[in-house]
Design a protein around this ligand. Structure first.
Ligand SMILES: NC(=O)C1=CN([C@@H]2O[C@H](COP(=O)(O)OP(=O)(O)OC[C@H]3O[C@@H](n4cnc5c(N)ncnc54)[C@H](OP(=O)(O)O)[C@@H]3O)[C@@H](O)[C@H]2O)[C@@H](O)CC1
Ligand SMILES: Nc1ncnc2c1ncn2[C@@H]1O[C@H](COP(=O)(O)OP(=O)(O)OP(=O)(O)O)[C@@H](O)[C@H]1O
Length: 636
């Protein structure tokens, strides 16, 4: 597993709970209890955590556990159990209590004394168990507890390893010979006479303690917040570097293709259907420009494009040329157009290389999944993974979560959608997500739609591509302003959803005889958002020209095909916007390119699955075709 060490320091509750569950497992506790060298144990903890989708280094896991133990002990020592304050200090008190109650070596009183530096601190045992003994040991010796090259070990030594213990008596500290941890406590308690604890006035002391505990938790929070900021800055730096590298690679690619097409051009007459990358298509106003339409595939700013400076027009990128050819070729067959657009999609697909780390090719979030619908979010999320995203998160209701998890261990499932602080829980993940798909299996319950709406608002402020499908479109029909004019928004209605939305915005029945016109009108009414009207042919527009995807599909109309489309589109949207930010095909609207990619892929999957299974084809069969369909369309 490749570890992303730049991962944020802030642990979400779900992540912490998962960590605690792993840490509390019997074999882990047994391995920690009595072993001084616990680095390999935390390697295993980190590995198990990674398997649930949370990526943390062994050191991060160890530090987190240490901090939780401190909070737990502070809460316990503060005697806050009775007045109910303990949760303020240690949110996971009950879980910690359950786990730690089986670890006799831990003495809260002495731990708290050493933390608080109270008058008894000098006489207490400083290391409460082998784990903390190791911390003290590494601090004193400066030894790194995690030799980076060591393989992850799955078996723990069964014989406890001796622990060198630092004992503090008065102001002098002496090292005693190694003991194993179980002998340690009894030996020490026999050797070190303990002073009777002083009696304290109960009330003010408790109050003081409470204040002190709150302050220390607060200080710790601040520390983690600062760490979070530092790591986020590091993340941003890496991503910028990655984008720059991608840009360089793509520029090189364009240079090579331009060289080869120049060679081909010198050998033969330039073909009209395949002009060289630098053909002077824009050296004078193109026919489409004369008609007031942009040759570029940008959101409709026809006038600005037509009036663009000549230098810009003389230097079009190959994507613009493809769109230009399409717009000016009235007689071109759909097959020919599809091929042109497929080449655009190919240019945004990131190369597979061993230089990337997990997450760089896409972390996609799906908002959906409720008691009635568990298949839809699964189809969308698994499709995103199969297309090439590295991580796929599903944010669903509690009762849907177990079901969705049981469909696939590949998905990261958050049972938060119906929790009272759903927006807050999802918001924690937004900085990590590259695209959001809202709606598959969301249902139409008011509270869930409200949550979806707030998550959309938050995602817009983060400039994340948002795909809205299924019940998400129901929300848009009620409140179009939620996505109106968002340049990275894409709506994917089927005919029914489209009709509803059209009538909500235009207050009149739609003219079904001219779908191209209707889809353009609706896109314009929605602030030129990219719109995909699915059907026998998929119509894609951002309010300017309509492009048609007519890659051969199938005659099967089983439920869930739209979910494959929306999940795939999440990934394509991320790739297209990342490529555009890196300077690839700036003149094309990335959302349109992405939409064309996702529609083609879904239809191709459908076609391949239908060839194999005929009438019995289901969405699961389509998903199995994603790999080979992708290869056929975009990698051949
Ligand atoms: N396995 C799962 O978990 C799946 C869960 N899903 C989830 O279900 C939720 C509700 O989505 P939805 O699409 O069923 O609801 P809605 O928009 O009310 O449509 C209902 C009616 O509209 C009609 N109709 C539909 N298409 C049409 C067309 N092209 N042209 C003409 N008419 C058309 C048709 O009417 P009928 O013919 O039955 O009269 C249809 O019955 C949503 O969350 C979604 O994600 C799905 O993803 C499937 C897999
Ligand atoms: N008549 C058709 N012929 C060929 N392909 C079609 C046809 N209708 C839809 N499709 C394709 O199926 C995919 C899903 O479209 P569909 O209309 O089934 O979505 P949906 O109703 O939203 O799906 P879901 O069942 O997931 O809600 C699209 O990629 C579309 O191209």
């Amino acid at each position: 597993m490749q570890v992303n060490t730049t991962r944020g320091f802030l642990w979400s509750d779900v992540e912490t709970r998962t960590l605690l569950n792993i840490w509390g497992e019997q074999d882990i506790q047994a391995a920690l209890d009595g072993n001084f060298r616990n680095s390999f144990v935390y390697r295993d903890v980190s590995r198990r955590l990674g398997a649930t989708g949370f990526e943390r280094t062994p050191e991060q896991c160890r530090v987190r556990i240490k901090s939780l133990k401190r909070q737990y002990l502070l809460a316990k020592e503060g005697n806050l159990r009775n007045n109910g304050q303990y949760h303020k200090i240690c949110k996971f008190y009950d879980t910690m209590e359950r786990i730690l109650s089986n670890r006799p070596a831990l003495d809260p009183q002495e731990f708290i004394d050493s933390v608080a530096g109270g008058e008894e601190a000098g006489e207490g045992l400083e290391e409460e168990d082998a784990e903390d003994a190791q911390d003290a040991y590494s601090e004193s010796t400066g030894e790194c507890p995690y030799p980076a090259e060591t393989e992850v070990k799955l078996e723990y030594p069964t014989i406890p390893i001796p622990i060198p213990v630092k004992v503090t008596v008065g102001i002098n500290s002496t090292s005693v010979r190694p003991h194993n941890s179980s002998q340690l406590a009894s030996n020490l308690s026999a050797r070190i006479p303990k002073r009777p604890r002083k009696r304290r006035a109960h009330f003010p002391m408790e109050k003081l303690m409470e204040q002190f505990l709150e302050q220390s938790v607060h200080a710790e929070d601040n520390f983690y917040r600062m760490e979070e900021q530092r790591l986020q800055a590091e993340d941003t730096r890496r991503e910028t570097e990655h984008t720059r590298e991608l840009h360089m690679l793509q520029m090189l690619g364009q240079m090579f293709s331009s060289i080869s097409s120049t060679r081909a051009g010198s050998a033969a007459e330039p073909s009209k259907t395949a002009p060289p990358a630098r053909a002077p298509v824009f050296s004078s106003a193109s026919p489409s420009c004369k008609q007031g339409q942009s040759g570029h595939f940008r959101r409709p700013s026809a006038q600005t494009d037509c009036c663009a400076p000549k230098s810009q027009l003389l230097d079009p990128d190959p994507q613009a040329i493809v769109f230009e050819r399409y717009y000016s070729s009235g007689s071109k067959s759909h097959r020919g157009m599809d091929e042109d657009f497929l080449s655009l999609v190919k240019s945004i697909v990131p190369p597979l290389t061993s230089k990337k780390h997990k997450g760089q090719d896409g972390r996609i979030g799906i908002i959906g999944g409720c008691q009635d619908y568990t298949g839809a979010p699964y189809f969308a999320a698994i499709s995103a993974l199969k297309v090439g995203a590295d991580l796929s998160h599903v944010f669903c209701t509690k009762d849907a979560a177990t079901v969705i998890k049981s469909f696939s261990p590949e998905l990261i499932v958050h049972p938060v959608l119906d929790s009272p602080n759903a927006v807050e829980e999802i918001d924690k993940w937004l900085p990590r997500l590259h695209a959001l798909v809202v709606g598959p299996g969301l249902g139409r319950e008011d509270s869930l739609l409200k949550t979806a709406k707030e998550v959309i608002e938050k995602s817009k402020t983060r400039d994340i591509p948002i795909i809205i499908d299924a019940d998400g479109l129901w929300l848009v029909t009620q409140q179009p302003s939620v996505i109106h004019g968002y340049h990275k928004g894409i709506l994917t209605p089927n005919f029914m959803e489209f009709t509803r939305l059209y009538e909500a915005l235009h207050h009149e029945p739609m003219d079904i005889s001219d779908r191209q016109r209707s889809v353009t009108q609706l896109s314009v009414a929605m602030g030129n958002i990219t719109m995909v009207l699915k059907g026998e042919q998929d119509l894609i527009t951002d309010g300017g020209k309509v492009i048609t995807c007519s890659v051969e599909g199938s005659e099967r109309r089983c439920g869930g095909q739209g979910d494959v489309l929306s999940g795939s589109l999440g990934v394509f949207a991320h790739w297209a916007h990342a490529a555009s930010a890196a300077g690839v095909g700036r003149s094309a609207n990335p959302s349109m390119v992405a939409a064309f990619g996702a529609c083609s892929l879904t239809r191709q999957c459908n076609n391949q699955a239908f060839q194999r299974h005929g009438r019995s084809t289901t969405t699961t069969d389509m998903i199995q075709e994603i790999g080979s369909a992708f290869k056929k369309l975009f990698e051949s």
